[in-house]
Design a protein around this ligand. Sequence first.
Ligand code: TAP
Length: 482
Amino acid sequence: MSESQATWDLAPAPESIGHVHWEKSYGLFINGQFQPSSGDQTFGSINPATEERIAEITEATDADVDQAVKAARNAYEKVWSKMAARERGKYIFRIARLLQEKAREFAVIESLDGGKPIRESRDIDIPLAAAHFFYHAGWADKLEYAFPNRKPKSLGVAGQVIPWNFPLLMAAWKIAPALATGNTVVLKPAETTSLTALKLAEIFQQAELPPGVVNIVTGHGSVGAAIVNHNNVNKIAFTGSTRVGKIIQKAIAGSKKRCTLELGGKAANIIFDDATIDQAVEGIINGIYFNQGHVCCAGSRLFVQESVHDEVIHKLKHRMNSLIVGDPLDKNTDIGAINSKDQLQTINQYIELGKQEGADFYQPQCNLPAKGNWCRPTLFTDVAQSNRIVQEEIFGPVLAVQTFRTVDEVINKANNTPYGLSAGVWTDKGSKIFNMTSQLRAGVIWANTYNKFDPASPFGGYKESGFGREGGLHGLAGYLDF
Ligand code: TAP
């Protein structure tokens, strides 16, 4: 079959939204209640696939953030830090169960609000978010076993700021370990994807989580900055861009605030000639086109050993031709909508830049819906190590391919970026995997697979990808003093 032949057409299989409920406007979730802001600003949450305004979200003021921090402090001192750890565990367990019960509803809202394919929100985001709460529910009363011969103590109020690429999952990554370790929370979701965090607040109400233990304040970057700069917050947990991570690090320098920064990435996905090529091609597709490339650990730099380059690229293009770009609610969709107009513009600028830098450009000619933010899966071959599309994070479905001959060469090239979040290695040889994993400067390295997550496994980066870990015992330790 030639590269340009698509495989087959599938009949539309849209997920029904009849059973899904969300409010048309949301206040701020402070002290266990939804309440209006002290200001009068709101903004719309836009469905990026249809450009419809699907809910009205409240812009928090500094006074609202202050009130949320006070509620969190009060809940910490009077209730949460005094409660028996096994009781805290029960609340977290209840949250996990309720999330599981409402998984379908959450999956649909995540896809409507953020643009990701329903298959991903249904099979990855929501189950992983529930798994995170289950996992941490188990740790709540076992911290002294997790850290033997040490006396783990909670920190106080955690201020948490998250991005738009995995809205509910990032909220779970932040809230679950904070609660399990006895801290209380003020969380700000990203401005374009507040809805599932606000739905999660409804679950906190149903679980009868004591008021003030988790507070959710919505709004733009200034709301995140107000949390970061608040002098009654003990820990900042941030996931987002390296640019904002640097601003946060400067802002809290000299304070006693603890900090975890999960920032950008530019992962190398490395294919050796002894790899199972068909499996590796699926891994490449999953690594970069999954979630529209809106993934900090996306395998956005592909390194292919020279002798299998032509075979890999041929098979990759063939597979790209079968990817379906379109309605996020359709169960056949592989690549949904780009999260916002701004992000689409950034991706398109990088695509133009790649062409200007002289790389060979390839996109399958799939149909795109007339309305909404769309980007075809994009491939650049013949790129140079110094090209900006190789060095900078694009955060879209854009892959840059380089070749290599030796292990030393590929390690040098793979490590040659400011980032160090993740990497992938595809080979038949276990010894090669061990050699690569010991030399690649990346926090997470997948072998013969890609983009696999587990609450028990710590996740985080080196260099400009941040510091601190989320998940596993390392993630718990980030919320404790010893
Ligand atoms: P950012 O622009 O950095 O935004 C992240 C969050 O910070 C948003 O809630 C944002 O609010 C808020 N924010 C903006 N300015 C702020 C400030 N001065 N102080 C405090 N908070 C501020 O990132 P993004 O574009 O949403 O997300 C994409 C980035 O996240 C990528 O670089 C990606 O690699 C990274 N990411 C990393 C990881 C891990 S685990 N390392 C995971 C996911 C994503 P608004 O959205 O309202 O502006």
